[in-house]
Design a protein around this ligand. Structure first.
Ligand code: NAD
Length: 250
């Protein structure tokens, strides 16, 4: 029960890493809400939560839309009475070769993956500042580590590098009562990687020194650590959970 009676909101919680984190947090005693843009994902998650016998509230919204997020934050604070943990997990990726990439893809990728993190943090922070406590965990990526970017997802890599920079700035801006940290996952078995060609997946496994892809639960456990009291003296840091993938160029 490492999060007993804490309240947590997880963005992009309908699937993958976000869903695994929501279920783990609930098992650790937290009262949890998830926010997702996709109605089907929210419904699918709700029945998963029912099966796991955990009570998790769902909110439909787009992390890149200020009006929607403001209403959801207000509703979350009403529903739960306080705001202890925010996990900025929602993310998208649109692979395409450099010469074919569009400005619209760049804009949407930055808007969801980077500006969405800023918006959710800015709208959750006042509740945490009032309480004089809170934890924010942002999800970057191995592709946001300088030498690990990939040409077809250069916009995603730029956004995820931005999330690391934003984490450090938020840690300074929200100190001393709010901890802001970041988890950078390696390749993880979720919908985001499911459609990749088998050869690409094989290379991902080969590139990781631990010789497998991560399961969503591997990432959720690192997020749990940063959300828990065990991480009370950690702020502005990035934990790579990548099976050693990022070591390959060093
Ligand atoms: P996923 O695609 O399985 O799930 C992402 C969820 O976010 C979906 O339910 C989706 O509906 C939701 N979402 C998308 N855009 C949204 C928006 N604008 N507003 C609200 N919700 C939105 O992805 P995942 O693999 O679980 O990824 C979770 C996070 O981890 C992302 O930030 C991703 O970039 C990061 N990540 C994933 C991997 C990987 O290999 N899967 C690796 C590194 C980092």
């Amino acid at each position: 029960m490492r999060l007993k009676d804490k309240t947590a909101l997880i963005t992009g919680g309908g699937k993958g890493i976000g869903a695994a984190t929501a279920l783990l947090f609930a098992r650790e005693g937290a009262r949890v809400g998830i926010l997702d843009i996709n109605e089907e994902h929210l419904k699918g998650f709700a029945s998963q939560a029912l099966k796991a016998e955990v009570d998790i509230k769902t909110y439909k919204g787009d992390v890149s839309e200020k009006g929607q997020i403001q209403s959801i934050m207000e509703q979350f604070a009403k529903d739960f009475g306080r705001f202890d943990i925010l996990v900025n997990n929602a993310g998208i990726v649109m692979p395409r070769p450099f010469l074919e990439k569009t400005v619209e893809e760049w804009e949407r990728t930055l808007r969801v993956n980077l500006i969405g993190v800023f918006l959710c943090a800015q709208l959750a922070a006042p509740y945490m500042l009032d309480q004089k406590s809170g934890k924010i965990i942002n999800i970057s990526s191995i592709r946001g580590i300088e030498h690990c970017g990939r040409e077809a997802i250069m916009d995603y890599s730029a956004a995820k590098i931005g999330v690391i920079s934003l984490t450090k700035n938020l840690a300074k801006a929200l100190a001393p009562h709010i901890n802001v940290n970041c988890v950078a996952p390696g390749h993880t078995r979720t919908e985001m990687t499911a459609s990749l060609p088998e050869e690409v997946k094989r290379n991902m496994i080969e590139g990781a020194f631990l010789k497998r892809m991560a399961e969503p639960a591997d990432i959720a456990k690192a997020i749990l650590f940063l959300a828990s009291e065990d991480a009370n003296f950690i702020t502005g840091q990035v934990i790579l959970v990548d099976g050693g993938f990022s070591l390959k160029m060093t």
